[in-house]
Design a protein around this ligand. Structure first.
Ligand code: PHE
Length: 340
């Protein structure tokens, strides 16, 4: 038996197959169920105790040698088969564990839309490059209204003096487009970027984001508006929050109001964020002006509606205490990373 082991040792050491199938054949020949080495193990079982001691170690060494030799040759064969430039796309990237994060405006936008979504509001979007009619005319802005002034609005093309092309100053234009295309009941929220000709500072920017809402149906009342806004405020700032509506003016709503929420930081006692008032302003709202319904061919005798609008940056400011509007557009990763 020792002789046979020596002979097989030689055979194994001499084998130098380079192709994977040859190496596999050799493995079966040696270590397969009926392989030469495997059969030696069967013979080994027949030996007496003393003989076993003498041969056992040699036999194990032979088996290990064969396994090692086959593994080495297989590895070489695999390396030879692989194309030189092969890239394993399933391998995790080494050393790069930097993840991106969502922009705070995107986070807040989806939070707002999700809350109104629960009340059955669907999302409507429209173009950022608009015309005067959709941004002002259909919304009951008088022809000489100051918002139309070059000071506030970015005009793109004023050749058509009656209906110039401009960048929308609010997403109320999407409400107009919705009323053009859809009969009541209408229940939409309109998120989007808007532009105003303002000098850029910590508190003002020439572009920002709004979510506006519109609800038109039979018997829609101011109480519905109030309840909707209260629901929104509670979902956004917590159950303890209160809202306050202050009389205001917008050409497209009557009556109109500014909406405040109780300061979530000081609980209404007064702090430097709410400037000691206990209230934070979040947006405008009101009952859709009958002239706006008429301009969009909706009969104000049959239908009524409410509308509201709020700035997304403003809500992020209130929720995360971001004091400088410019941070939203600079894309400094040190700022953005905080909103994972
Ligand atoms: N469109 C107004 C703005 O941009 C907000 C608003 C929307 C006010 C709807 C009342 C009703 O300031």
């Amino acid at each position: 038996m020792t002789e046979r082991i020596t002979q097989l040792n030689k055979e194994v050491s001499a084998f130098c197959g380079t192709k994977a199938p040859d190496i596999e054949d050799f493995r079966i020949q040696m270590l397969g169920k009926k392989g030469k080495i495997t059969l030696l193990f069967d013979d080994f079982k027949q030996l007496s105790g003393d003989e076993k001691k003498a041969v056992g170690q040699l036999l194990n060494q032979l088996k290990n040698l064969a396994q090692q030799r086959i593994a080495e040759l297989k590895q070489k064969a695999d390396d030879n088969d692989a194309p030189a430039h092969s890239i394993d796309t399933s391998r995790p990237a080494a050393g790069n564990d930097e993840h991106g994060s969502r922009h705070p405006i995107a986070v807040m936008r989806s939070e707002i839309l999700a809350i109104f979504g629960k009340l059955g509001f669907t999302i409507a979007e429209g173009p950022e490059i608009e015309d005067d009619w959709h941004v002002f005319g259909a919304l009951n802005f008088a022809p000489e209204h100051p918002a139309r002034d070059m000071q506030d609005t970015f005009f793109i093309d004023t050749q058509n003096a009656d209906n110039p092309t401009l960048l929308r100053t609010h997403t109320s234009s999407v409400q107009v487009r919705t009323m053009e295309n859809q009969a009541p009941p209408i229940r939409v929220v309109c998120p989007g970027r808007v532009y105003r000709n303002e000098a850029i500072s910590a508190r003002a920017h020439c572009m920002f984001h709004q979510v506006e809402g519109l609800y038109v149906d039979k018997d829609v009342s101011f109480a519905d508006l109030k309840q909707t806004l209260l629901y929104f405020a509670k979902e956004m700032f917590g159950n303890k929050v209160e809202i306050r509506l202050r009389p205001s003016f917008f050409p497209f709503t009557e009556p109109s109001a500014e909406m405040d929420v109780s300061c979530s930081l000081c609980g209404g006692k007064g702090c430097n964020v709410c400037k000691g008032t206990g209230w934070l302003e979040v947006g405008g709202c009101g009952m859709v002006h009958p002239k706006v319904l008429q301009a969009n061919k909706i009969d104000p005798a049959k239908y009524s509606g409410f509308a509201f609008g709020m700035g997304i940056e403003r809500l992020v400011m209130l929720k995360y205490q971001v004091r400088d509007l410019r941070l939203y557009f600079e894309n400094d990763v040190r700022f953005l990373r905080q909103f994972r």
